[in-house]
Design a binder for this molecule. Sequence first.
Ligand code: HSE
Length: 434
Amino acid sequence: MKPVKVGICGLGTVGGGTFNVLQRNAEEIARRAGRGIEVAQIAMRSSNPNCQITGTPITNDVFAVATNPEIDIVIELIGGYTVARELVLKSIDNGKHVVTANKALIAVHGNEIFAKAREKGVIVAFEAAVAGGIPVIKAIREGLSANRINWVAGIINGTGNFILTEMREKGRTFPDVLAEAQALGYAEADPTFDVEGIDAAHKLTILASIAFGIPLQFDKAYTEGITQLTTADVNYAEALGYRIKHLGVARSTANGIELRVHPTLIPADRLIANVNGVMNAVMVNGDAAGSTLFYGAGAGMEPTASSVIADLVDVVRAMTSDPENRVPHLAFQPDSLSAHPILPIEACESAYYLRIQAKDHPGVLAQVASILSERGINIESIMQKEVEEQDGLVPMILLTHRVVEQHMNDAITALEALQDVIGSVVRIRVEQLN
Ligand code: HSE
Protein backbone atom coordinates (compact mmCIF):
# COMPACT_ATOMS: atom_id res chain seq x y z
CA MET A 1 0.00 0.00 0.00
CA LYS A 2 1.20 3.52 -0.78
CA PRO A 3 2.40 5.48 2.24
CA VAL A 4 0.17 8.15 3.73
CA LYS A 5 1.61 11.59 3.09
CA VAL A 6 1.71 14.09 5.90
CA GLY A 7 2.76 17.73 6.09
CA ILE A 8 4.27 19.11 9.26
CA CYS A 9 3.50 22.78 9.94
CA GLY A 10 5.92 24.12 12.52
CA LEU A 11 9.28 22.54 13.31
CA GLY A 12 9.78 23.83 16.85
CA THR A 13 10.02 21.66 19.95
CA VAL A 14 7.04 19.40 19.19
CA GLY A 15 7.41 19.53 15.39
CA GLY A 16 11.08 18.58 15.64
CA GLY A 17 10.26 15.73 18.02
CA THR A 18 7.50 14.50 15.72
CA PHE A 19 9.80 14.52 12.68
CA ASN A 20 12.57 12.67 14.54
CA VAL A 21 10.35 9.99 16.09
CA LEU A 22 8.62 9.41 12.74
CA GLN A 23 12.02 8.77 11.14
CA ARG A 24 13.47 6.73 14.00
CA ASN A 25 10.44 4.46 14.53
CA ALA A 26 9.19 4.46 10.91
CA GLU A 27 9.05 0.68 10.63
CA GLU A 28 7.35 0.10 13.97
CA ILE A 29 4.82 2.86 13.26
CA ALA A 30 4.04 1.45 9.79
CA ARG A 31 3.45 -2.01 11.30
CA ARG A 32 0.88 -0.47 13.61
CA ALA A 33 -0.77 1.86 11.09
CA GLY A 34 -0.88 -0.71 8.30
CA ARG A 35 0.87 1.73 5.94
CA GLY A 36 4.01 3.79 5.93
CA ILE A 37 3.78 7.45 7.00
CA GLU A 38 5.87 9.77 4.87
CA VAL A 39 6.64 13.38 5.71
CA ALA A 40 6.01 14.89 2.28
CA GLN A 41 6.39 18.57 3.19
CA ILE A 42 7.52 20.70 6.11
CA ALA A 43 6.53 24.32 6.67
CA MET A 44 8.87 26.17 8.98
CA ARG A 45 10.13 29.65 9.64
CA SER A 46 13.60 28.61 10.78
CA SER A 47 15.51 25.35 10.87
CA ASN A 48 15.61 23.13 13.93
CA PRO A 49 19.18 22.09 14.87
CA ASN A 50 17.81 18.84 16.37
CA CYS A 51 16.51 17.61 13.01
CA GLN A 52 18.44 16.16 10.04
CA ILE A 53 16.20 16.82 7.05
CA THR A 54 17.28 15.30 3.76
CA GLY A 55 15.08 15.29 0.72
CA THR A 56 11.83 16.50 2.32
CA PRO A 57 10.46 19.59 0.52
CA ILE A 58 10.47 22.64 2.78
CA THR A 59 8.38 25.80 2.55
CA ASN A 60 7.91 28.82 4.77
CA ASP A 61 4.24 29.06 3.83
CA VAL A 62 2.00 26.87 6.01
CA PHE A 63 -0.92 27.37 3.63
CA ALA A 64 1.09 25.66 0.88
CA VAL A 65 0.77 22.50 2.99
CA ALA A 66 -2.98 22.99 3.47
CA THR A 67 -3.48 23.17 -0.30
CA ASN A 68 -0.85 20.64 -1.38
CA PRO A 69 -2.84 17.95 -3.30
CA GLU A 70 -0.28 15.29 -2.31
CA ILE A 71 -0.88 15.69 1.42
CA ASP A 72 -3.46 13.54 3.25
CA ILE A 73 -2.90 14.74 6.81
CA VAL A 74 -1.83 18.19 8.02
CA ILE A 75 -0.03 18.30 11.36
CA GLU A 76 -0.57 21.73 12.91
CA LEU A 77 2.22 22.54 15.37
CA ILE A 78 2.55 26.28 14.95
CA GLY A 79 0.54 27.20 18.07
CA GLY A 80 -1.54 30.34 18.68
CA TYR A 81 -5.12 31.05 17.68
CA THR A 82 -5.11 33.12 14.52
CA VAL A 83 -2.94 31.62 11.78
CA ALA A 84 -3.45 28.16 13.29
CA ARG A 85 -7.24 28.50 13.03
CA GLU A 86 -6.99 29.64 9.42
CA LEU A 87 -4.57 26.82 8.62
CA VAL A 88 -6.78 24.14 10.18
CA LEU A 89 -9.97 25.43 8.54
CA LYS A 90 -8.23 25.68 5.17
CA SER A 91 -6.82 22.16 5.52
CA ILE A 92 -10.29 20.82 6.34
CA ASP A 93 -11.78 22.73 3.42
CA ASN A 94 -9.22 21.01 1.21
CA GLY A 95 -10.34 17.61 2.50
CA LYS A 96 -7.30 16.99 4.73
CA HIS A 97 -7.41 15.28 8.09
CA VAL A 98 -5.73 17.33 10.81
CA VAL A 99 -3.62 16.43 13.82
CA THR A 100 -2.90 19.24 16.26
CA ALA A 101 -1.23 19.74 19.63
CA ASN A 102 -2.83 23.16 19.96
CA LYS A 103 -4.93 23.27 23.16
CA ALA A 104 -5.62 27.00 22.87
CA LEU A 105 -7.01 26.50 19.38
CA ILE A 106 -9.20 23.54 20.36
CA ALA A 107 -10.43 25.11 23.61
CA VAL A 108 -11.34 28.40 21.94
CA HIS A 109 -12.27 27.46 18.36
CA GLY A 110 -12.89 23.70 18.67
CA ASN A 111 -16.70 23.88 18.26
CA GLU A 112 -16.31 25.68 14.92
CA ILE A 113 -13.46 23.41 13.78
CA PHE A 114 -15.32 20.18 14.61
CA ALA A 115 -18.48 21.40 12.87
CA LYS A 116 -16.47 22.14 9.73
CA ALA A 117 -14.67 18.76 9.98
CA ARG A 118 -18.01 16.93 10.21
CA GLU A 119 -19.29 18.80 7.19
CA LYS A 120 -16.23 17.68 5.21
CA GLY A 121 -16.05 14.15 6.68
CA VAL A 122 -12.51 14.54 8.02
CA ILE A 123 -10.89 13.83 11.36
CA VAL A 124 -9.35 16.44 13.66
CA ALA A 125 -7.26 14.68 16.32
CA PHE A 126 -5.84 16.47 19.36
CA GLU A 127 -4.42 13.98 21.88
CA ALA A 128 -1.22 16.03 22.23
CA ALA A 129 -3.22 19.08 23.28
CA VAL A 130 -3.69 17.75 26.81
CA ALA A 131 -1.02 16.43 29.16
CA GLY A 132 1.80 15.93 26.62
CA GLY A 133 2.67 12.25 26.35
CA ILE A 134 -0.25 10.89 28.43
CA PRO A 135 -2.96 9.35 26.24
CA VAL A 136 -5.71 10.74 28.46
CA ILE A 137 -8.03 11.92 25.69
CA LYS A 138 -8.15 8.39 24.33
CA ALA A 139 -8.61 6.97 27.82
CA ILE A 140 -11.61 9.18 28.61
CA ARG A 141 -13.13 9.22 25.14
CA GLU A 142 -12.83 5.49 24.50
CA GLY A 143 -11.58 3.55 27.52
CA LEU A 144 -14.08 5.04 29.97
CA SER A 145 -17.05 5.33 27.63
CA ALA A 146 -19.23 3.12 29.86
CA ASN A 147 -19.08 5.61 32.72
CA ARG A 148 -21.05 8.57 33.92
CA ILE A 149 -18.06 10.69 34.83
CA ASN A 150 -18.34 12.49 38.16
CA TRP A 151 -15.17 14.54 38.12
CA VAL A 152 -11.79 15.03 36.52
CA ALA A 153 -8.88 16.61 38.39
CA GLY A 154 -5.44 17.08 36.99
CA ILE A 155 -2.01 18.61 37.20
CA ILE A 156 -2.01 19.60 33.56
CA ASN A 157 0.67 22.23 33.22
CA GLY A 158 4.19 20.84 33.29
CA THR A 159 5.87 24.22 33.59
CA GLY A 160 3.80 25.22 36.63
CA ASN A 161 4.39 21.88 38.32
CA PHE A 162 8.12 22.10 37.57
CA ILE A 163 8.25 25.57 39.15
CA LEU A 164 6.30 24.55 42.27
CA THR A 165 8.43 21.43 42.72
CA GLU A 166 11.77 23.21 42.36
CA MET A 167 10.66 26.01 44.70
CA ARG A 168 9.46 23.55 47.34
CA GLU A 169 12.28 21.02 47.12
CA LYS A 170 15.26 23.23 46.35
CA GLY A 171 14.17 26.66 47.49
CA ARG A 172 14.84 28.06 43.99
CA THR A 173 13.28 31.36 42.95
CA PHE A 174 10.29 31.61 40.62
CA PRO A 175 12.07 33.48 37.75
CA ASP A 176 15.07 31.17 37.89
CA VAL A 177 12.98 28.01 37.47
CA LEU A 178 10.77 29.60 34.83
CA ALA A 179 13.86 30.47 32.76
CA GLU A 180 14.96 26.82 32.93
CA ALA A 181 11.48 25.60 31.88
CA GLN A 182 11.68 27.95 28.88
CA ALA A 183 15.14 26.65 27.94
CA LEU A 184 13.88 23.07 28.13
CA GLY A 185 11.00 23.87 25.76
CA TYR A 186 8.26 23.23 28.36
CA ALA A 187 6.88 26.75 28.61
CA GLU A 188 4.44 28.38 26.21
CA ALA A 189 5.68 31.13 23.86
CA ASP A 190 4.00 33.49 26.35
CA PRO A 191 4.86 31.91 29.73
CA THR A 192 2.10 33.85 31.50
CA PHE A 193 -0.17 31.21 29.95
CA ASP A 194 1.62 28.67 32.15
CA VAL A 195 1.94 30.58 35.40
CA GLU A 196 -1.46 32.30 35.29
CA GLY A 197 -3.29 29.03 34.63
CA ILE A 198 -4.52 29.85 31.12
CA ASP A 199 -2.79 26.85 29.54
CA ALA A 200 -4.25 24.55 32.21
CA ALA A 201 -7.70 26.09 31.66
CA HIS A 202 -7.44 25.37 27.93
CA LYS A 203 -6.68 21.73 28.71
CA LEU A 204 -9.35 21.45 31.40
CA THR A 205 -11.93 22.88 28.99
CA ILE A 206 -11.12 20.05 26.57
CA LEU A 207 -11.16 17.39 29.30
CA ALA A 208 -14.53 18.60 30.61
CA SER A 209 -16.08 18.48 27.14
CA ILE A 210 -15.07 14.91 26.49
CA ALA A 211 -15.86 13.81 30.05
CA PHE A 212 -19.36 15.32 30.26
CA GLY A 213 -20.36 15.68 26.62
CA ILE A 214 -20.69 19.47 26.65
CA PRO A 215 -19.54 22.01 24.04
CA LEU A 216 -16.13 23.62 24.59
CA GLN A 217 -16.60 26.70 26.80
CA PHE A 218 -13.18 28.11 27.64
CA ASP A 219 -14.63 31.56 28.37
CA LYS A 220 -16.52 30.12 31.36
CA ALA A 221 -13.50 28.48 33.03
CA TYR A 222 -12.33 30.04 36.30
CA THR A 223 -8.58 30.60 36.16
CA GLU A 224 -6.16 31.39 38.96
CA GLY A 225 -2.38 31.00 38.60
CA ILE A 226 0.53 30.26 40.91
CA THR A 227 2.16 33.67 41.00
CA GLN A 228 0.60 34.70 44.33
CA LEU A 229 1.69 31.57 46.22
CA THR A 230 4.09 32.19 49.11
CA THR A 231 6.65 29.90 50.71
CA ALA A 232 4.83 30.47 54.02
CA ASP A 233 1.65 28.85 52.68
CA VAL A 234 3.59 26.00 51.09
CA ASN A 235 5.20 25.32 54.49
CA TYR A 236 1.98 25.65 56.54
CA ALA A 237 0.26 23.29 54.10
CA GLU A 238 3.07 20.76 54.64
CA ALA A 239 2.70 21.08 58.40
CA LEU A 240 -1.01 20.25 58.03
CA GLY A 241 -0.22 17.17 55.91
CA TYR A 242 -0.97 18.71 52.50
CA ARG A 243 0.86 19.65 49.29
CA ILE A 244 -0.05 22.65 47.18
CA LYS A 245 -0.53 21.74 43.52
CA HIS A 246 -1.87 23.76 40.62
CA LEU A 247 -4.96 21.74 39.81
CA GLY A 248 -7.66 21.80 37.17
CA VAL A 249 -10.98 20.50 38.49
CA ALA A 250 -14.07 19.72 36.41
CA ARG A 251 -16.96 18.34 38.44
CA SER A 252 -20.48 17.48 37.43
CA THR A 253 -23.06 18.56 40.02
CA ALA A 254 -26.85 18.63 40.00
CA ASN A 255 -26.81 22.40 39.33
CA GLY A 256 -24.13 22.48 36.66
CA ILE A 257 -20.50 21.85 35.93
CA GLU A 258 -17.62 23.25 37.93
CA LEU A 259 -14.71 24.23 35.68
CA ARG A 260 -11.87 25.74 37.67
CA VAL A 261 -8.09 25.98 37.72
CA HIS A 262 -6.32 27.16 40.88
CA PRO A 263 -3.68 26.29 43.46
CA THR A 264 -5.09 23.51 45.63
CA LEU A 265 -4.15 21.77 48.86
CA ILE A 266 -4.19 17.98 48.35
CA PRO A 267 -3.51 15.48 51.15
CA ALA A 268 0.21 14.64 50.91
CA ASP A 269 -0.46 10.89 50.84
CA ARG A 270 -2.48 11.00 47.59
CA LEU A 271 -0.54 9.72 44.58
CA ILE A 272 -1.34 12.90 42.66
CA ALA A 273 0.16 15.05 45.43
CA ASN A 274 3.47 13.35 44.68
CA VAL A 275 3.52 14.15 40.98
CA ASN A 276 6.57 16.37 40.64
CA GLY A 277 8.66 18.24 38.10
CA VAL A 278 7.34 18.44 34.56
CA MET A 279 5.18 15.35 35.10
CA ASN A 280 1.41 15.64 34.74
CA ALA A 281 -1.33 13.45 36.14
CA VAL A 282 -5.06 13.33 35.53
CA MET A 283 -7.53 11.61 37.85
CA VAL A 284 -10.88 10.62 36.42
CA ASN A 285 -13.71 9.46 38.65
CA GLY A 286 -16.43 7.48 36.90
CA ASP A 287 -19.43 5.74 38.40
CA ALA A 288 -18.40 2.31 37.11
CA ALA A 289 -14.60 2.37 37.03
CA GLY A 290 -14.18 4.42 40.21
CA SER A 291 -11.05 6.57 40.24
CA THR A 292 -8.36 6.10 37.61
CA LEU A 293 -5.07 7.99 37.43
CA PHE A 294 -3.08 8.75 34.29
CA TYR A 295 0.50 9.85 34.78
CA GLY A 296 3.39 10.86 32.52
CA ALA A 297 5.46 13.65 31.02
CA GLY A 298 3.21 16.65 30.46
CA ALA A 299 5.47 18.56 28.10
CA GLY A 300 8.65 18.18 26.10
CA MET A 301 9.79 17.28 22.64
CA GLU A 302 9.33 13.54 22.34
CA PRO A 303 6.58 12.91 24.93
CA THR A 304 4.34 15.34 23.03
CA ALA A 305 5.50 13.88 19.70
CA SER A 306 4.40 10.48 21.02
CA SER A 307 0.81 11.75 21.26
CA VAL A 308 0.94 13.51 17.89
CA ILE A 309 2.07 10.30 16.21
CA ALA A 310 -0.49 8.16 18.07
CA ASP A 311 -3.12 10.45 16.55
CA LEU A 312 -1.51 10.05 13.13
CA VAL A 313 -1.72 6.27 13.44
CA ASP A 314 -5.37 6.52 14.52
CA VAL A 315 -6.16 8.75 11.54
CA VAL A 316 -4.39 6.40 9.12
CA ARG A 317 -6.36 3.44 10.49
CA ALA A 318 -9.68 5.30 10.31
CA MET A 319 -9.32 7.43 7.19
CA THR A 320 -11.02 4.92 4.92
CA SER A 321 -13.87 4.28 7.36
CA ASP A 322 -17.34 5.77 7.10
CA PRO A 323 -17.25 9.12 9.00
CA GLU A 324 -20.42 8.09 10.85
CA ASN A 325 -18.54 5.19 12.40
CA ARG A 326 -15.61 7.16 13.76
CA VAL A 327 -15.07 8.14 17.39
CA PRO A 328 -16.83 11.52 17.76
CA HIS A 329 -14.47 14.47 18.25
CA LEU A 330 -15.86 15.29 21.69
CA ALA A 331 -16.57 11.65 22.67
CA PHE A 332 -20.36 12.09 22.51
CA GLN A 333 -22.40 12.22 19.31
CA PRO A 334 -22.57 15.88 18.23
CA ASP A 335 -26.38 15.95 18.35
CA SER A 336 -26.27 14.59 21.92
CA LEU A 337 -24.16 17.28 23.56
CA SER A 338 -25.64 18.46 26.83
CA ALA A 339 -26.65 22.02 27.75
CA HIS A 340 -25.81 21.49 31.44
CA PRO A 341 -24.42 24.94 32.36
CA ILE A 342 -20.94 25.78 33.60
CA LEU A 343 -21.27 27.18 37.12
CA PRO A 344 -19.76 30.56 38.02
CA ILE A 345 -16.98 30.18 40.59
CA GLU A 346 -19.24 31.70 43.31
CA ALA A 347 -21.53 28.67 42.99
CA CYS A 348 -18.71 26.10 43.15
CA GLU A 349 -18.09 24.19 46.34
CA SER A 350 -14.83 23.25 48.02
CA ALA A 351 -13.09 23.11 51.36
CA TYR A 352 -10.68 25.94 52.19
CA TYR A 353 -7.34 26.74 53.74
CA LEU A 354 -7.38 30.23 55.25
CA ARG A 355 -4.44 32.21 56.61
CA ILE A 356 -5.37 35.20 58.71
CA GLN A 357 -2.84 37.68 60.09
CA ALA A 358 -4.25 38.94 63.41
CA LYS A 359 -3.18 41.11 66.33
CA ASP A 360 -2.34 39.09 69.39
CA HIS A 361 -5.43 40.18 71.33
CA PRO A 362 -7.82 38.08 73.42
CA GLY A 363 -11.05 37.12 71.66
CA VAL A 364 -9.81 37.30 68.04
CA LEU A 365 -10.15 33.58 67.55
CA ALA A 366 -13.69 33.66 68.96
CA GLN A 367 -14.62 36.45 66.53
CA VAL A 368 -13.19 34.49 63.58
CA ALA A 369 -15.03 31.33 64.63
CA SER A 370 -18.27 33.22 65.03
CA ILE A 371 -18.06 34.84 61.55
CA LEU A 372 -17.53 31.44 60.00
CA SER A 373 -20.25 29.66 61.99
CA GLU A 374 -22.81 32.41 61.21
CA ARG A 375 -22.35 31.51 57.54
CA GLY A 376 -22.61 27.77 58.14
CA ILE A 377 -18.87 27.23 57.61
CA ASN A 378 -17.60 24.31 59.62
CA ILE A 379 -13.99 24.54 60.84
CA GLU A 380 -12.04 21.31 60.48
CA SER A 381 -8.81 22.41 62.20
CA ILE A 382 -7.02 25.50 63.44
CA MET A 383 -3.30 26.08 63.79
CA GLN A 384 -2.15 29.23 65.54
CA LYS A 385 1.51 30.08 65.19
CA GLU A 386 3.71 32.10 67.52
CA VAL A 387 3.78 35.90 67.18
CA GLU A 388 5.96 36.95 64.25
CA GLU A 389 8.82 39.12 65.41
CA GLN A 390 8.87 41.62 62.55
CA ASP A 391 5.22 42.74 62.79
CA GLY A 392 3.91 41.33 66.08
CA LEU A 393 1.06 39.57 64.24
CA VAL A 394 -0.14 36.01 64.80
CA PRO A 395 -0.71 33.84 61.73
CA MET A 396 -3.89 31.80 62.20
CA ILE A 397 -4.30 28.92 59.78
CA LEU A 398 -7.69 27.25 59.40
CA LEU A 399 -9.01 24.36 57.36
CA THR A 400 -12.75 24.35 56.72
CA HIS A 401 -15.23 21.77 55.50
CA ARG A 402 -16.77 22.16 52.05
CA VAL A 403 -18.76 25.32 51.47
CA VAL A 404 -20.21 27.22 48.51
CA GLU A 405 -17.68 29.85 47.42
CA GLN A 406 -20.08 32.78 47.79
CA HIS A 407 -20.47 32.00 51.51
CA MET A 408 -16.71 31.95 51.87
CA ASN A 409 -16.43 35.26 50.01
CA ASP A 410 -18.93 36.80 52.46
CA ALA A 411 -17.04 35.37 55.42
CA ILE A 412 -13.71 36.70 54.13
CA THR A 413 -15.18 40.18 53.67
CA ALA A 414 -16.40 40.08 57.28
CA LEU A 415 -13.05 38.73 58.54
CA GLU A 416 -11.09 41.44 56.75
CA ALA A 417 -13.36 44.07 58.34
CA LEU A 418 -12.37 42.97 61.87
CA GLN A 419 -10.20 45.52 63.63
CA ASP A 420 -7.74 42.87 64.78
CA VAL A 421 -7.32 41.27 61.34
CA ILE A 422 -4.59 42.91 59.31
CA GLY A 423 -4.35 42.77 55.51
CA SER A 424 -6.00 40.29 53.20
CA VAL A 425 -7.02 36.81 54.21
CA VAL A 426 -5.18 34.21 52.13
CA ARG A 427 -7.55 31.58 50.77
CA ILE A 428 -6.55 28.38 48.95
CA ARG A 429 -9.07 25.72 47.97
CA VAL A 430 -8.68 22.19 49.31
CA GLU A 431 -9.64 18.97 47.52
CA GLN A 432 -9.53 15.53 49.11
CA LEU A 433 -9.83 13.65 45.77
CA ASN A 434 -11.10 10.51 47.43
N1 HSE B 1 3.47 24.76 28.38
C1 HSE B 1 2.83 23.49 28.48
C2 HSE B 1 3.15 22.88 29.84
C3 HSE B 1 3.33 22.59 27.38
O1 HSE B 1 4.08 23.35 30.48
O2 HSE B 1 2.47 21.98 30.27
C4 HSE B 1 2.55 21.33 27.23
O3 HSE B 1 1.21 21.56 26.91
